[in-house]
Write a protein of this length. Structure first.
Ligand code: SF4
Ligand code: SF4
Length: 436
């Protein structure tokens, strides 16, 4: 639908599929010069964006053209890792003479962070605390653009199920499908006692319940033996971060040397956040830069030779400066990348080796048939902003794509639609359950 309007998009419930779930219609209202498709998919073991670009490149480009029209952008760039040669060739074959091109990205982490992606593609550094639009850029996830082109309510989610499963696979699933059903669809776990990360090994979250549902932002379901070292790190508590960090950090600053945001010239220095663990006074001055941490986890999982948690220290310190109304002098100012920026990027192969991921098959072909279970539990909060409010009653019958929860008038958010046809079985403050 080439003439799709922002109001129509708002009614479809589109949110960024790759991050925190910011409503797409809001992002599309800021005028920019360049729209970048974020096809980096830089976390290890993830494959669904690559598969989507391979299978649905035409729709992705159509979504990109809609985004360019709405934002007034003259330039569209598809960022894809250079090693996906077949995907790059496929997209290039579909591109016409309409200002769209492919940018080949390095096979490094975090290539998909929007600050890094924007710099790699345009050479412009988004200021500390800024947004891509500050340098005339909008970044959009591959799947978000495909949803935009399809112009129908968002009821499905694509994700990779990988790690310790029999058949790593990428799937299109009904929103609200449980993690357990996704794992079964990948042939089941290969370990008896498992732990599951949703989202990725670097920035994902440890799932506490296998019956938790897939939401609009779930990009991966990664299964690990419960005793895998990566899982032990996920169990680190703030008390552990502080207690061990205070005594064991030798201030070598390797964490800062490798920090991608510091390499962009931003004033984030995780070793200073670690130093601040030992101070009670003047802490705010030491941790001013922590607010510019994107929580990529490179410092904690890769850089630190002592196996400490500088990311945890940064996260802990983020509110300190905010609560005291302090801002770093470089906030919102132009910065210049470090001279060694391109030499200090972290290769994915290094991540895979260091995190003990070599034992897992790093693949995830897209399955043709969507996974549509008989029961889904659809959370009312799947996005940034206000939770959606139910518009249906228990016992009511709904069809796939029907509105079941709306955003309060004037609030930021995205409406929610039925992902299967069936009956409303339960409504709670958190979710609506549908039975086929
Ligand atoms: S947290 Fe680790 S890498 Fe950072 S300064 Fe301390 S010991 Fe070095
Ligand atoms: S998690 Fe660590 S490496 Fe990543 S941005 Fe924050 S401080 Fe830098």
């Amino acid at each position: 639908m080439a003439d799709l309007t922002v109001d129509q998009i708002a009614r479809l419930g589109l949110v960024g599929c790759g991050g925190a779930g910011f409503p797409t219609h809001v992002k599309l209202q800021a005028p920019v010069e360049t729209v970048i498709v974020n096809g980096a998919e830089c976390e290890p073991l993830l494959h669904k964006d690559k598969e989507l670009m391979r299978l649905h490149g035409q729709e992705m480009l159509e979504g990109l053209r809609i985004a360019m029209r709405l934002t007034g952008a003259q330039r569209g760039v598809v960022g894809i890792k250079h090693r996906y040669e077949d995907v790059i060739a496929g997209i290039r074959a579909l591109i016409g003479d309409d200002g769209i091109s492919v940018h080949e990205l390095t096979d490094t982490y975090p290539a998909g962070d929007e600050f890094i992606l924007t710099f790699d593609v345009t050479g412009a550094v988004i200021p500390p605390g800024g947004l891509p639009k500050d340098v005339g850029v909008l970044t959009q996830n591959v799947e978000t653009l495909i949803n935009l082109a399809r112009a129908r309510p968002v009821t499905r989610k694509c994700l990779t199920v990988g790690g310790a499963v029999r058949e790593p696979v990428s799937l299109e699933v009904a929103i609200g499908t449980s993690l357990r059903v996704c794992i079964e669809a990948a042939g089941g776990a290969t370990a008896a006692d498992i732990a599951v990360l949703t989202g990725g090994v670097m920035m994902g979250r440890l799932a506490t319940d296998l019956d938790a549902p897939v939401i609009k932002t779930t990009g991966a379901v990664l299964v690990f033996p419960a005793d895998h070292p990566l899982i032990a790190k996920c169990h680190r508590t703030e008390d552990h971060t502080v207690r061990i960090g205070r005594s064991a950090c030798d201030q070598c600053s390797f964490c800062t040397d490798l920090c991608p945001r510091w390499l962009l010239g931003h004033p984030i220095e995780p070793h200073r956040a670690m130093r601040a663990l030992g101070f009670h006074e003047e802490r705010a001055q030491l941790v001013l830069g922590a607010s510019y941490c994107c929580e990529c986890n490179l410092c904690s999982l890769i850089a630190c030779p002592e196996d400490l948690d500088p990311r945890g220290a940064c996260i802990r310190d983020k509110p300190t400066a905010r609560e005291q109304g302090l801002q770093h002098p470089l906030h919102g100012r132009e910065t210049r990348p470090h001279a060694l920026y391109s030499h200090r990027r972290t290769p994915i192969s290094r991540l895979i080796a260091k995190l003990g991921l070599r034992q897992f098959r790093n693949e995830g072909p897209m399955r043709a048939e969507p996974l549509i279970p008989d029961r889904v539990t659809i959370p009312l909060r799947q996005h940034i902003g206000a939770p959606a409010e139910p518009t249906v009653k228990r016992g009511e019958r709904v069809g796939e794509g029907d509105l079941i929860a709306a955003i309060p008038e004037g609030s930021l958010g995205a409406p929610i639609h039925a992902s299967i046809s069936g009956q409303v079985a339960a409504i709670t403050e958190e979710a609506i359950t549908l039975n086929r």
